[in-house]
Design a protein around this ligand. Sequence first.
Ligand code: AMP
Length: 216
Amino acid sequence: MAQKNLILLGPPGAGKGTQAKVLSEKLGLPHVSTGDMLREAVREGTELGLKAKAVMDAGQLVSDELLTGIVKERLSKKDCAGGFILDGYPRNLSQAAILDEILKSLGKEAARAVELEVPDEAIVTRLSQRRSCPKCGAVYNLATNPPAKEGLCDKCGTALVQRDDDKESVIRQRLLVYHEKTAPLSDHFRKQGRLLAVDGSKKPEAVLADLMKAVG
Ligand code: AMP
């Protein structure tokens, strides 16, 4: 059976995490989020977490070297045999080359990229209204998808938090970094015939339907 090795591309707040979680259930593929892995390392106070925290809080990219090991280790796990949904990696052209190498060294097929296209103006609004559950990872939006009880996670009742990097000044910095470092990946994958684009500004259910059509 062909592997479904997928990369979700798009600016911060495009809905990659939200869509990846649902796609992961529907397609039976693991959701591999480097942002989630780094936040877990920060919470646990590991060496990686200690090195990454200040960089993340400033809205900058953690160095490629710190990411390569954790990505390779994760993709080599058994549950990635039939494919995976990568969210937040690669973030620049050098990581795209590193990913190709990792997949080759693991005997896997090259990954296809699916881009969620969302204009910048929508991003700042979306991200400043995002809240997430520090315990189970559920994500809410105060305007479009609020929790049933204010401030509490519907799934586990934990108090919701705003990510440190979802404050407006950091959001703007992350968008700058996105346009400079990550956006060139669209052209890179398009030239290689490995890019599909989906309108990410629609309602989440409509985006999911388009994504399923694109990768199904
Ligand atoms: P995310 O949850 O994908 O928005 O990632 C949050 C933060 O983690 C980013 O702003 C970066 O500081 C860091 N990060 C996540 N993935 C990567 C990556 N592939 N390369 C470098 N830094 C990353």
